[in-house]
Ligand binder design. Structure first.
Ligand SMILES: C[S@@+](CC[C@H](N)C(=O)[O-])C[C@H]1O[C@@H](n2cnc3c(N)ncnc32)[C@H](O)[C@@H]1O
Length: 291
């Protein structure tokens, strides 16, 4: 694998890191669709064929043509070799997920976070997942913990359909409640004060999302933020969590200044670009002073 994706041998720009999602491989390259000429395409296809030969469990190879983009966090992919089917079954933590490379967000790089959060959930909790995608957090929580409900909201109809399938595949119909819609609207209309824990797995620093998350909580609870933070010149990795929390706290105070927030912990989830990182922050909230 190393050899095949070695930049010199590959003869085309290609990144060494790739995602294995079920029986599909997703490669990345610093190049867009318009830049892929006939010659380059042939070389990318050759790399795809070489990967198929090297990895017998891989049935299809794709190249990501864009980063994840837009409200639904989707990417465009180019078929290189093997099956052209873009959907597959992906497994993690004893759960199985039907996923689609193009129509709904999927990243195996969140796998550790899925189980980390599941281990924090206490028996009987009501969890609201504001950006559930195909169910990564929600289904792992339902399988590993014993929540009363995991209300799982997503605005992308394709992600919602896959979530419903995944709930059935994993037999978690009793605890995972799929909701299609804008999470802010859903919470403000029908989920105020119901949650012990709210997940916000969509980087945004958005006051609108933060207010809805606070509204979803009962008197006390925990919010889990996933934000992108850049390291500026002179800053070190150790600065990322305090820097992210400062911004989170500022937005929280702006939307509900009576709520008391305490940072329980933070972790660097992954690097998402040069000096750009995704961090998770676990924040306890007490709204009892809000009257
Ligand atoms: C990063 S993905 C979620 C990843 C998912 N939690 C996981 O573990 O795989 C963000 C999701 O938020 C959804 N989304 C974006 N804006 C939304 C909104 N206002 N309300 C509900 N869902 C939204 C997108 O469709 C996308 O599926």
């Amino acid at each position: 694998m190393e050899k095949i994706l070695n930049a010199k041998q590959a003869k085309v720009p290609i990144w060494k890191s790739f995602d294995l999602i079920g029986d599909l491989v997703l490669l990345r390259a610093p190049i867009s669709e318009v830049e892929i000429s006939r010659n380059l395409l042939d070389e990318y296809k050759r790399i795809g064929e070489a990967l198929l030969n090297e990895l017998p469990y891989v049935k299809g190879v794709f190249l990501s043509l864009t980063p994840v983009m837009g409200e639904f966090r989707l990417r465009k992919v180019l078929h290189l070799a093997g099956t052209s089917r873009k959907w597959t079954y992906y497994r993690e933590h004893g759960c199985v997920f039907k996923v689609d490379l193009e129509s709904a967000y999927i990243s195996p790089r969140l796998s550790y976070e899925h189980s980390r959060i599941a281990k924090l959930v206490r028996s009987g909790e009501v969890v609201v997942n504001m950006f559930s995608g195909v169910g990564g957090f929600s289904i792992v929580i339902a399988k590993m913990a014993n929540p009363a409900r995991v209300i799982s909201i997503d605005k992308n109809p394709a992600a919602h359909r896959l979530l419903v399938e995944n709930i059935n595949l994993n037999s978690v119909e009793e605890s995972v409640v799929p909701v299609l819609g804008d999470s802010v609207d859903v919470i403000m209309e029908s989920l105020k004060g119901v949650a012990d824990r709210v997940l916000l797995p969509l980087p945004s620093f958005s006051p609108r999302f933060y207010l809805a998350a606070l509204e979803a909580l009962g008197g006390e609870g925990v919010l889990h933020f996933y934000e992108f933070v850049e390291l500026e010149k002179g800053e070190r990795r150790g600065d990322l969590i305090p820097k992210a929390y400062k911004r989170v706290e500022t937005v929280l105070r702006r939307v509900m200044d009576c709520a008391k927030a305490v940072l329980l912990g933070g972790r660097i989830v992954r690097s998402v670009g040069p000096r750009l990182y995704q961090v998770s922050l676990d924040v306890s909230i007490d709204k009892n002073l809000c009257g």
